[in-house]
Design a protein around this ligand. Structure first.
Ligand SMILES: Cc1cc2nc3c(=O)[nH]c(=O)nc-3n(C[C@H](O)[C@H](O)[C@H](O)COP(=O)(O)OP(=O)(O)OC[C@H]3O[C@@H](n4cnc5c(N)ncnc54)[C@H](O)[C@@H]3O)c2cc1C
Length: 287
């Protein structure tokens, strides 16, 4: 393990002061990505700032305005809390998929976002629920729609000394359902070859789709929304034909690479199949 200093602040103000120090200062939430990256010299650090004792980053709450998830809240807490409150099924699906129970107990959803892996499982769920990233630094606060948060594989738009403070998701209407599915070659503990989150809001009177959101993981340098597919679903009743057409259009939003996990063509085929399955899951959840 390379040498670096370690601090575990107990307030946000203290954390932000530490993060503003000169040199390479890296936040650590659960450490399930960063510790391996430091050990294998894929990232370096002069100072690691542990966020797990900062109370301002450990809250999760739900009120009429939406769901607020502190950036250091673990995947376990997120999926349990969110499952109880309902309305964010895709987030429950994805937080329950990250690694294993042991990993979920340490790993945060905020860390999953800030690690910015194209394959990160919680990001499509957060994107379809229109999450906004609230950030803090000693210079102030920013609100960044999550779709604008990613700058490339492993890169975000966060500036030096700036951290994700919380993720805020608006309250979906009661006629909204969402789902997330990924494909991995094994049953668990693997990185998504492709992942898809879908959300639909239905007008019960007409049966028309009021809102459709589809987000893709592992098929582009950053997580992406499948805008053309979304638009094709909105304004008409949901049907097998409409879902098929949306799935075809989703493929156009994918720019996958070939790597050890799968070829670009295979990933495109998954982007045709997974929206069909997630949209059907939404219909099932809408009853
Ligand atoms: C065995 C194993 C299995 C895994 N399986 C999956 C999986 O199935 N799906 C999946 O998506 N991932 C998986 N991962 C990756 C990892 O567990 C997740 O990405 C996890 O959510 C990261 O959260 P963390 O709190 O551990 O982040 P950390 O490792 O603490 O941090 C990750 C990155 O984000 C930065 N960071 C953390 N918090 C903040 C913040 N508040 N503001 C700014 N930057 C911050 C850190 O500096 C670091 O660069 C797996 C990892 C392991 C070891």
């Amino acid at each position: 393990m390379p040498n670096f200093d370690y601090e575990a602040p107990t307030s946000l103000a203290e954390a932000l002061e530490l993060l503003a120090r000169p040199g390479e200062v890296r936040p650590l939430a659960g450490g399930t990505d960063i510790i391996d990256q430091l050990k294998s010299n894929r990232r370096n650090a002069d100072l690691v700032v542990d966020l797990k004792r900062v109370p301002e980053l450990l809250g999760i709450s739900f009120n009429g305005a939406g769901l607020r998830i502190g950036s250091a809240v673990s995947c376990t807490v997120v999926h349990k809390f969110t499952a109880e409150h309902g309305g964010y099924d895709a987030l429950v699906d994805s937080a329950e998929l990250v690694g294993s129970i042991h990993i979920q107990n340490r790993a945060s959803v905020g860390g999953n976002v800030c690690n910015a892996a194209p394959s990160a499982d919680t990001i499509p769920a957060l994107l379809i629920h229109e999450a906004v990233a609230h950030t803090s630094s000693i210079s102030g606060e920013r609100e960044i729609p999550l779709i604008d948060f990613f700058a490339g594989p492993g890169q975000t738009v966060l500036q030096k000394g700036e951290i994700l403070r919380e993720l805020v998701l608006p309250t979906p209407s009661k006629d909204t359902a969402s789902a997330y599915l990924r494909f991995i070659p094994r049953n668990e503990m693997d990185i998504a070859v492709a992942g898809v989150g879908s959300l639909i809001e239905i007008d019960r009177a007409t049966g028309n789709v009021l809102k459709a959101r589809i987000a893709l993981a592992s098929v582009a340098p950053t997580p992406v929304r499948a805008y053309a597919a979304e638009e094709s679903l909105e304004g008409s009743p949901i049907s097998a034909e409409a879902i098929d057409q949306a799935a075809d259009l989703a493929v156009g939003s994918a720019v996958p690479i070939t790597d050890v996990r799968g070829s670009a063509d295979y990933r495109k085929e998954l982007v045709r199949v997974l929206p069909i399955r997630t949209l059907n899951k939404c219909i099932e959840r809408l009853g």
